[in-house]
Design a protein around this ligand. Structure first.
Ligand code: ME8
Length: 651
């Protein structure tokens, strides 16, 4: 393909939050994107692979405060500091063409331009936001969107919040997004994600989106209304175009690469990418991405990895122990990209042993060793075909197409399976042709030479196709089998028989040594124990800041306990009748039966939150909450001096 006619391919990862060190789940998405980018480059495309960091928002502001540094210092350290995100991508051999940080000046300038443009064309208006806010996700939710009363994305507590804010007319775009989904059924993949978006968000109708904040300052300021910062998702999603130069002079590739061919994103942020992002682009009058692919999560013990749950797997430790390529390979080979997968060390080691050490590694080392042993490292030109050759050649020749069909669907696992099917065929061919027996008879030397040649060719083609996943190891294998230049390109993977007949091999170290599973697992367990010991306390969830108005919403009333009894069939609940000074008795249920006998509390002066919405517990209505204090597993009801009258309000 001539350089000028090269087709472009633009692929992105999400931009990561630099709030903590990244874990294996983040590495998963980046390695997948990298593998795809390398594959498309190999196919001759002019690739733009973008990744970066999403550095604004309340969560970062809070973390920086807790760490006693400025937000900029905080993110600088996690992104560009020693062992930071940039170092991790270097270690993992990530070949991104560009890295965007949302604190970069050019991006900030572009966000102000984008926000103003949407405002000026009437898609952004000023209002007041009342809703339920999830601090870690930086998302407002409505009551109906909550799952079991918690944030539908991360499952954590949400808090009532209100602020003056700008809104984006997302509702206006409901029909156009439905049309987009209907007319482009492959816009969002896998298909199940499309159904989820349709049923949960589009069919019920989209609500306008709150797109500015006044409760914190770490964000892109709205330049025409100081005090407001742009909602972090508007800031973050726009990275896909600002990194190409949209609204700034730093880059000039927008015309060349936009629209994006595919955004790879985790399943929990599909809504932002398949609904909000297209609506923003519609508002800006810009073309839409061609595809959003929502991949699954890597789970650990049934849950998503997160620092606060204390169940993260450190990719640096694994890459250092087993090698970067082994880890990259495992991530792409083990789990279907669109589904969740359960990570375990056992699975990792077993995959390295079966595929990399046994199937691929053995085939390479046995073949190269035999060429050295029987022919001094260089095959003779005089060779003879024989049984089983056609079968093997047919499999190798058809491999590139079968692999491509899977790669083009982002089915990495299946594409790799195709390669290992052929490597397995190669190993079987050794058993069928028994080179060690052929070597015993001088007359069979031409046959032996052809067998080894066929094996080298099998390795060559398979190695080309594995290059996007394990690039450095493939370079080593090519060196060992004497393949270079035009013989290791995408075009060369289609043809069998390209190596010169008198190829010279070069024995090297085992590319993937076998790991002793039992020993290694014991060692990893030791390491984990040592690591867990000093930090067994899970990191506390950050408590969100509230305004005085939020505080004033909570009514706390002094009450006298009239009666207190256990609730039948409940080990936890006590039922209280209280005098709250209103003249009407108040009933409250409280889960403190493990700490108090009912009679210990009768007659006491306590405090209750008295404007909590009523709710039923074990069939009894509870109208409020009794205040207690908890520390180190101990609980005490807040008991006041009896002189304080019932009905007095705490202020
Ligand atoms: O969401 N398995 O950033 P983020 C697989 N800043 N993928 C995982 C994972 C796991 N265990 N844990 C996280 C954000 N991820 C935003 C994106 S884009 C404009 C803004 C994936 O650092 C997750 O699904 O919280 C997401 O796609 C990506 O890591 C970044 O997550």
């Amino acid at each position: 393909m001539c350089k000028e006619c090269k087709k472009t391919f633009y692929i992105s990862t999400p931009i990561y939050y630099p709030s903590d060190k990244l874990h294996i789940g983040h590495t998963y998405c980046t390695v997948a994107t990298d593998s795809m980018a390398r594959y498309m480059r190999m196919r001759g495309y002019d690739v733009m692979f973008l990744t970066g960091t999403d550095e604004h928002g309340q969560k970062i502001e809070e973390k920086a405060k807790a760490a006693g540094v400025t937000p900029q210092q905080f993110v600088d350290n996690i992104v560009a500091g020693k062992g930071g995100i940039l170092d991790l991508w270097k270690l993992m051999n990530i070949s991104n063409d560009r890295f965007i940080r949302t604190t970069d000046d050019y991006h900030v300038k572009s966000i102000q331009y984008i926000f103003k443009k949407m405002y000026e064309n009437g898609d952004i208006y000023k209002g007041a936001y009342k809703g339920l806010y999830c601090t870690p996700c930086e998302s407002f939710w409505t009551e109906t969107q909550l799952v079991d009363g918690k944030c539908p994305d991360c499952g954590r507590e949400v808090y009532p919040a209100e602020e003056e804010a700008y809104f984006f007319r997302l509702s206006k775009y409901t029909d156009r997004i439905i049309k987009l989904f209907e007319e482009h059924p492959d816009f969002l993949e896998p298909q199940s994600r499309m159904n989820e978006m349709m049923n949960n968000f589009l069919k019920p109708g989209l609500e306008d989106l709150c797109v500015s904040r006044t409760s914190f300052t770490w964000g892109v300021p709205v330049d025409f209304d100081p005090g407001h910062v742009v909602y972090v998702w508007v800031d973050a999603l726009s990275n896909y175009i600002t990194a190409l130069g949209y609204g700034n002079d730093k880059y000039h590739d927008y015309e060349k690469y936009w629209p994006c061919d595919v955004h790879f994103v985790g399943k929990e942020i599909v809504r932002f990418h398949s609904i909000i992002w297209p609506a923003m682009l519609m508002s800006l009058g810009e073309p839409l991405p061609k595809k959003v692919y929502g991949h699954g999560w890597l789970l650990l013990d049934g849950g998503k990895m997160s620092k606060s749950k204390g169940n993260v797997v450190d990719p640096v430790v694994l890459a250092e122990r087993y090698g970067v390529d082994a880890l990259r390979f495992f991530l792409m080979r083990e789990f279907p990209f669109g589904s969740d997968g359960m990570f375990s060390n056992e699975l990792l080691i077993s995959r390295i042993n079966t595929d990399l050490a046994n199937s691929l590694g053995n085939l390479v080392s046995r073949t190269v060793a035999m060429v050295e042993k029987y022919f001094g490292g260089t095959l003779p030109k005089d060779t003879r075909a024989g049984d089983f050759d056609d079968d093997l050649i047919k499999d190798v020749s058809g491999l590139r197409d079968a692999y491509q069909a899977q790669m083009d669907k982002y089915a990495f696992q299946s594409a790799i399976s195709e390669v290992f099917r052929v490597l397995g065929r190669g190993n079987k061919y050794i058993d069928e042709t028994t080179p060690w027996i052929l070597a015993k008879n001088e007359d069979d030397k031409p046959r032996l030479a052809r067998v080894l040649y066929n094996l080298l060719e099998t390795i060559r083609v398979c190695t080309i196709l594995l290059t996007p996943f394990i690039p450095d190891s493939c370079t080593k294998i090519f060196e060992q089998i004497g393949a270079a230049g035009d013989l290791i390109t995408w075009d060369a993977a289609e043809k069998f028989g390209l190596l010169p007949a008198d190829v010279t091999v070069k024995k090297g170290e085992a590319v993937f040594p076998r790991i002793d599973m039992a020993k290694e697992l014991a060692l990893l367990e030791e390491m984990n124990k040592a690591k867990a010991a000093p930090q067994s306390e899970p990191e506390p969830e950050p408590v969100p800041e509230i305004t005085i108005d939020d505080f004033a919403k909570v009514e706390m009333t002094v009450c006298k306990v009239l009666t207190c009894e256990n609730v039948k069939k409940s080990k936890k609940l006590l039922k209280f009748t209280l005098d709250d000074g209103s003249g009407t008795e108040r009933q409250i249920l409280s889960g403190i039966a493990e700490y108090y006998k009912p009679e210990e509390l009768v007659g006491k002066t306590i405090v209750a939150c008295t404007n909590l919405a009523p709710r039923k517990m074990m069939g009894h209505e509870s109208n409020g909450m009794i205040l207690s204090a908890e520390k180190d597993g101990k609980l005490n009801v807040v008991i006041l001096d009896d002189a304080v009258p019932a009905g007095a309000k705490l202020c």
